[in-house]
Design a binder for this molecule. Structure first.
Ligand code: ZN
Ligand code: ZN
Length: 368
């Protein structure tokens, strides 16, 4: 099977490996859609030295597809099922893995797609059966890729707030931030979104969110004014920037909650003094749990959510290199790739230096 790998310094290689064989309780999924996430860009931008240990893993972590083979003792999925693949696995043997609570597996960090094993941007992925989450026929593969991470991560972050927040600030309006806005709106919450990018603020405003420019010199005063000086009950922080942690603490209501979602390279938790004196609750939120899946699907279907509203571009996986380059340079929120039913075309070049020759056909969803 073939797939793409980040080699460091923005180089992408097309690698060929043997198609994996399913072990007990494993399923092989033929990939039909994937998407680009902030963490993918982080790995794409790493130096060759930083990528050394992971340069041979297929990249990406948001795969959706069809079950093409099943191993022994598989009970929860069948051949031909449409599935969203949960990108965090585990040892496969402990009680947490057995119940699909992969985040609780002591070895979870050794089983994260593209970081410590092959990832999404390949013709096939092989995973534990409980990582294959059923996708209804009414949800497209491409929309499934939004559920796989951006929407699911936003869902988990909103769930981390201890009580329904009457006022919510969402810091960072990328894919996770925008989906947080969608969920919060449907929950009837008043939401203020903050971002440096005008395009992203515009997208959030279209979703019904009040927006504030994150570069405003008097930003914290402006945000406090929005809550009559009281501060927000909850702040969901998706940027991972230490400077934002400080600003977030200042604008959170006394006793309120800050949910940290953004995993920045140099993140630190602070400022300690404000957190202690104002008795703030700081919580981390990684990804949704497999057991949340039925509730997530129910929420999406019951509210008839258009998951593609937070997607900027849908394009064929053939244009992966060019799309990554665009994502790297622009402020694009989300790019989703469609995969042909029979895998990558034979004509695709293995040369990582191949540059764009024609403008890739794509659907710009935002402006349509
Ligand atoms: Zn993601
Ligand atoms: Zn385990």
């Amino acid at each position: 099977m073939r797939g793409f790998a980040f080699r460091g310094d923005r180089q992408i290689a097309l690698l060929t490996k043997p198609t994996p064989v399913c072990g007990p309780r494993e399923v092989l999924v033929r990939v039909r859609a994937t998407a680009v996430c902030g963490s993918d860009l982080h790995y794409y931008r790493q130096s060759a030295q930083e990528r050394r240990a992971a340069a041979d893993f297929y990249c990406g972590h948001e795969p959706v597809g069809v079950v093409a083979a099943v191993g022994a003792d598989v009970r929860t999925v069948s051949l031909g099922d449409r599935v969203v693949v949960y990108h965090v696995g585990g040892c496969g043997h402990c009680s947490a893995c057995d119940g699909g609570r992969f985040k609780d597996c002591p070895q979870a960090q050794q089983h994260v797609m593209q970081r410590s094993r092959d990832g999404a941007n390949a013709e096939f992925v092989v995973v534990h059966e409980r990582q294959a989450l059923p996708l209804p026929d009414s949800v497209s593969f491409e929309a499934g890729a939004v559920l796989a991470c951006s929407f699911g991560t936003a869902w988990a972050a909103v769930k981390q707030t201890s009580a329904p927040p009457s006022s919510l600030a969402v810091w960072g309006l990328g894919p996770v931030g925008l989906n947080t806005v969608v969920i919060a709106n449907l929950m009837g919450l008043r939401t203020v979104g903050i971002d440096l990018s005008g395009e992203r603020r515009e997208a959030a405003a279209e979703l019904g969110c009040e927006v504030v420019d994150g570069s405003e010199p008097e930003l914290t005063d402006i945000l406090l004014d929005r809550t009559d000086g009281a501060g927000f009950n909850t702040v969901i922080e998706t940027t991972g920037a230490t400077a934002v942690h400080h600003q977030a603490a200042t604008v959170t209501h006394r006793g309120g909650t800050i949910v940290l979602v953004g995993l920045g390279a140099n993140s630190s938790i602070g400022p300690t003094r404000e957190i202690i004196l104002r008795e703030l609750c700081v919580r981390g939120s990684w990804i949704f749990g497999v057991r949340d899946w039925p509730d997530i699907l129910d929420f999406v279907l019951r509210n008839d959510i258009d998951l593609m509203r937070t997607v900027d571009r849908v394009t064929s996986i053939e244009h992966f290199r060019d799309a990554m380059s665009d994502a790297d340079q622009g402020s694009m929120a989300k790019i989703v790739f469609s995969w042909p039913p029979n895998g990558l075309p034979d004509s695709l070049s293995h040369d990582p230096m191949t540059s764009r020759t024609t403008e890739p056909p794509n659907i710009n969803l935002r402006s349509s």
